[in-house]
Write a protein that binds this ligand. Structure first.
Ligand SMILES: [Zn+2]
Length: 309
């Protein structure tokens, strides 16, 4: 196993599940960028393939299977990653065909789907069929950053493993630091068009919070994107970072910091809490009306920031 403390706990979990022959046939490893989730997936499939694993539960790196794994030519492991921006239905059909076949060299076939949250809808539906008919001799490992971007029916058919980032000393001292503050990276923002939309979204929401723009001016902009609540969570948590000085500030962040300071820590903290509780509320009530919820949210923000309309 590795010396990375945040990864070794999951490795121990998998090793004991393998020993009890209880390793789930579908795993979903979720975590932020660079947290080690792909390394964990690769460690697991290499271990499953190895003929003579070490006492420390690593693949030996020397047996016939390990040598083929190292050359990426081991026939019972398949890797899938986005081809361009997405993972399409053709790639997932290859996975389904692969899963249906008998393993050639080892006792198991393993598939790693990297960036599984980038599957198209058609690809997701194809994968769902495979997940609904699990085979005893295969392991499917999905690796993703954004669990919300996956079909709930896919998520529910996998054992979910949330990989936490290693805790640094300076983070331990920030007792009040909200957990969602790690979500600074949203995968959809790598799309240029969506990133532009996001900038307009921030501008509208900032104008409402800091400059008392009326609700009816910002509401249409906030309702125009399906990402609105996740973006509101990101913005309000970014403001927490800015005002608490948790990040090295860029020019844009310095301007944000000044705006945040005019409102004050307490009000911004209330705004963050309100955002999180609105999002939780909507997860509980599936049929919530987005416009109604958003208007209610903005009205509550006005109560926090004390501006009349
Ligand atoms: Zn080996």
């Amino acid at each position: 196993m590795t010396n990375t403390p945040n990864i070794s706990q999951y490795q121990q979990q998998f090793v004991s599940q393998i020993a009890q022959q209880k390793l789930p046939h579908a795993l979903l490893l979720v975590g932020h960028q660079h947290v080690g989730k792909l390394a964990l997936a690769n460690w697991l499939v290499s271990l499953l393939a190895c003929l003579t694993p070490t006492k420390e539960h690593n693949a030996c790196g020397q047996c016939k299977h390990c040598l083929l794994v190292a050359q990426s030519t081991f026939p019972d492991i398949k890797h899938i990653a986005p081809n361009g921006r997405n993972i399409g239905v053709d790639e997932i059909r290859q996975v389904s065909n692969f899963i249906e076949k008998t393993p050639l060299l080892s006792a198991y076939k393993s598939v790693v789907i990297e960036d599984a949250d980038k599957m198209t809808v058609a690809a997701s539906n194809a994968l769902l069929k495979t997940l609904e008919e699990p085979t005893d001799d295969s392991f499917l490992i999905l690796v993703a950053q954004d669990i919300n971007a996956l079909l709930p029916t896919i998520v529910s058919r996998c054992q979910q493993v949330f990989i936490k980032a290693p805790i640094h000393d300076e983070q331990r001292t920030d007792q009040n630091k909200p957990s969602a503050l790690n979500s600074s990276h949203l995968p959809e923002l790598s799309d240029e068009e969506i990133a532009t939309e996001y900038q307009a979204f921030i501008a509208a929401f900032s104008a409402f919070v800091f400059e008392q723009k009326p609700i009816n001016k910002v509401l249409p902009i906030l309702l125009a994107t399906p990402h609105n609540w996740r973006w509101l969570e990101k913005i309000s948590s970014d403001w927490q970072r800015a005002i608490n000085g948790w990040e090295t500030a860029s020019d844009a962040q310095l301007i944000t910091k000044q705006a945040c300071e005019t409102l004050g820590k307490d009000k911004l903290w209330q705004l963050y809490q309100l955002t999180v509780s609105c999002i939780q509320h909507q997860k509980t009530f599936i049929q919530s009306n987005d416009q109604f919820e958003m208007e209610k949210y903005l009205t509550q923000i006005k109560t926090i920031t004390n501006h009349e309309e």
